[in-house]
Design a binder for this molecule. Structure first.
Ligand code: NAP
Ligand code: F7E
Length: 326
């Protein structure tokens, strides 16, 4: 019989790919949905999985510990992937308290429920490169021992979650691993994150459906990988014989301006004619540069990504071209 996993954030970008990945491996997958008034499109990323008997969905919320207790008791999950969060950095400046509660305290609610109900379960925490802030090692990379100095409410909340996971691992001998994941994208990325915003607007401009793309800081650089590669890394971390923390990144970094130039090249347009900037997309404090060294993950778990930045952006731009011409 296959294993049982619980995914919080199952209807998000990563949750949807992870659910697919685990179901293909023979797992029974439980997922939690937080209540949303628009039921029709809340599950659009996992609707193609809805008819499989291996998928079980329950209403629950990281802020409602009783609901987490109920789902843990019902699912009897052996692996728990905590992917739920208010995950948008810019929005975390507008909603800092909600972000701290859901992304930070929400993780503690789940950990405490796991400690009381199923301490033998393995736990994956979705930690983030945003925790490093602007600290960079001398060689230009961030890695597991780079000091953390977050520059957003989201980053601060993730540092709390990361540390409380380590504290629970050490205090109670639980199997809890932090994946410190750098930016990862896909056609399922929310279109208010920069890669999918640029891919979508490049396609819309090409098709005559739009005539402008308004961005914030285009000088920032990010290490962008593909979400499909990164959910495999999450699973690998929980198959390892020892709970630990791992950076997951491509090791290649590009500026937002390079991203714009690359997407407009795919649709054969000159970005200078369409792209402008506006203060509303700037952050009160910016994280300037991210580039991850995932040597530990690659050598210990034998992980390596299948996608490049270029193949991923081709997939995303073509997804939107197809979407608007169907
Ligand atoms: P995402 O698309 O924004 O998905 C977040 C998920 O969390 C959604 O399913 C959302 O549900 C759910 N959620 C939010 N608040 C909740 C709450 N209080 N209770 C229960 N569910 C809640 O994020 P993602 O890109 O898949 O990222 C997955 C995780 O990895 C997040 O924790 C994120 O912070 C972290 N991370 C992401 C990246 C990246 O580059 N993608 C990098 C490092 C770390 P609704 O959609 O219904 O609101
Ligand atoms: O911004 C700049 C922006 O919002 C990337 C989350 O998954 O990765 C993600 O956080 C860069 C930043 O991602 C726009 O200022 C310019 O420098 O796509 P993003 P993020 O903030 O790096 C980390 C690892 C996570 O953990 C988070 O959950 O692009 N930028 N102009 C813009 N960004 C947005 N969103 N929109 C713009 O118009």
């Amino acid at each position: 019989m296959g294993k049982t996993a619980l995914i919080t954030g199952i209807n998000g970008q990563d949750g949807s790919y992870l659910a697919e990945f685990l179901i293909n491996k023979g797992y029974t997958v439980w997922g939690i949905l937080k209540r949303n008034s628009v039921a029709e499109n809340q599950t659009f990323r996992i609707d193609h999985l809805r008819n499989t008997p291996q998928l079980q969905l329950e209403y629950a919320d990281l802020l409602d510990m009783a609901s987490l207790v109920r789902v843990l008791q019902k699912s009897k999950a052996e692996e728990i992937y905590n992917l739920a969060a208010q995950s948008h950095v810019r929005i975390s400046f507008d909603q800092p308290i909600y972000t701290a509660q859901s992304t930070g305290i929400g993780t503690l609610n789940l950990l405490e429920a796991v400690r009381l109900i199923c301490p033998e379960a393995k736990f994956y925490q979705a930690s983030s490169s945003e925790m490093f802030g602007n600290n960079i090692d001398a060689d230009g990379f961030q890695r597991e021992n780079t000091p953390m100095n977050p520059v957003s409410p989201y980053g601060c909340a993730k540092v709390f979650a990361y540390n409380i996971c380590r504290n629970y691992r050490n205090s109670y001998n639980l199997f809890i691993s932090n994946g410190i994941l750098f930016n990862h994208e896909s056609p399922r990325r929310g279109s208010n994150f920069v890669t999918n915003k640029v891919a979508k607007e490049a396609a819309r401009i090409k098709l005559g459906l739009s005539d402008k793309l308004v961005l914030g800081n285009t000088q920032a650089t990010r290490d962008w990988g593909h979400a499909k590669d990164y959910v495999e890394a999450m699973w690998m971390m929980l198959q390892h014989d020892k709970a630990d923390d791992f950076v997951c990144a491509t090791g290649v970094s590009h500026s937002v301006q390079y991203l714009v130039d690359y997407c407009f090249k795919i649709v054969d347009l000159d970005p200078a004619q369409y792209v402008s900037s506006a203060a509303r997309y700037m952050r009160p404090e910016e994280l300037h540069d991210l580039k991850g060294d995932s040597s530990k993950m690659r050598s210990t778990l034998n992980w390596q990504p299948a996608y490049t930045f270029e193949s991923m952006m081709e997939e995303m731009v073509h997804y939107w071209l197809d979407f608007y011409t169907k």
